[in-house]
Design a protein around this ligand. Structure first.
Ligand code: FAD
Length: 298
């Protein structure tokens, strides 16, 4: 069967794109291997009517919506390759199946590359977070650490100070904060510790202290980190798509990429990393697919 559109990635971008396409009478197939960026988090915030839900609960409710439409098929499957032919795309899965679709929407998201510090994975998503807009409210007025192990953390530290004034910055032995930035932070009573971290200590996902290689210990209840991001899937390279120059897929305002028939939406196309934004970007890409289909077939 030749599907009208294949959506690769079942996060908020891909789920909303699939809903619009299915309701738009497109035969759509959604592939999802269920390893989203926010899998570590217990509560997701800032999506009106869904504030505080567990990501798995969000996904369950979304699939209930999609299941109402016979035009939408779902494959809980990892896509390993997308091969363009003259008139359609072949999608190959890890299980060795092959599917064909006329158009593709890439909604595969990003992956976080966390600083390599012992204990980091024990606390990331429960008491250490990346995004103050998402989790700042729960940490308000607490004694926080900001682990600035990667550069360009200064603006994020400034933002965190909106939720708590009690912040200590740890650079883990790296020169990630410039002397000018240090001077500004010092004026705001934000201490910068540049010693190397030995490990993060705590219990049940709850951070208690940061232990340094020089034997010092800093007591903190929670905090934020700077981290790196990379594309979760290699399809932008495989399909030779133009980049936006910041690691994302370049798209026009309606989700069209540089290659005809390929659209992208959500985190992987450089969208503001919020679920509601990803869902909206997914809608835009789906509406472009529909309008391009009608333009060709009317
Ligand atoms: C710890 C953490 C907490 C967060 N908290 C919040 C919050 O409170 N509020 C908020 O609005 N945002 C939050 N975010 C950001 C939010 O999760 C993302 O912005 C949003 O999920 C992006 O949606 P997306 O659809 O673009 O990608 P994703 O949600 O990452 O979905 C991509 C999907 O594609 C699938 N996939 C990838 N590759 C393949 C493949 N090859 N084959 C098949 N499937 C594939 C993945 O399994 C995944 O399901 C948080 C992020 C993190 C890391």
């Amino acid at each position: 069967m030749l599907y009208d559109c294949a959506v690769i990635g079942g996060g908020p971008a891909g789920l909303n794109a699939s809903l619009i396409l299915g309701r738009g009478r497109q035969q759509v197939i959604l592939f999802d291997d269920d390893t989203p960026r926010n899998a570590v988090t217990q509560e997701s915030h800032n999506f009106i009517s869904r504030d505080g839900v567990h990501p798995a609960e969000f996904k369950k409710a979304s699939y209930e919506d999609l299941n109402k439409y016979p035009t939408i098929s779902v494959q809980r499957n990892h896509v390993v390759d997308i091969v363009p032919t003259a008139s359609y795309f072949q999608i190959q899965t890890e299980k060795g199946q092959q599917y064909e679709a006329q158009r593709i929407i890439l909604t595969t998201g990003l992956k976080d590359i966390l600083p390599e510090i012992e204990g980091m994975h024990q606390f990331y998503g429960t008491s250490l977070f990346g995004c103050p807009y998402c989790d700042g409210w729960e940490l308000k007025d607490l004694p926080l650490v900001y682990i600035a192990a990667y550069p360009h953390a200064f603006n994020s530290i400034k933002m965190v100070s909106n939720w708590s004034k009690d912040i200590v910055v740890c650079t883990n032995g790296k020169e990630t904060i410039s002397p000018q930035e240090k001077a500004i932070l010092s004026q705001k009573n934000i201490q910068v510790i540049e010693d190397e971290i030995l490990r993060l200590q705590g219990e049940g996902g709850q951070l208690k202290s940061i232990q340094f290689k020089n034997g010092n210990e800093l007591h903190r209840q929670a905090g934020f980190i700077s981290y790196k991001l990379q594309q979760a899937a290699p399809f932008a390279g495989r399909l030779d798509l133009e980049s936006n120059g910041m690691g994302g897929i370049k798209i026009d305002p309606y989700g069209r990429t540089s290659r005809k028939g390929v659209y992208a939406a959500g985190d992987n196309a450089g969208g503001l990393p919020q679920q509601i934004v990803a869902a909206a970007e997914g809608s835009k890409a789906a509406i472009s697919v529909l309008s391009d289909h009608v333009a060709e077939t009317f």
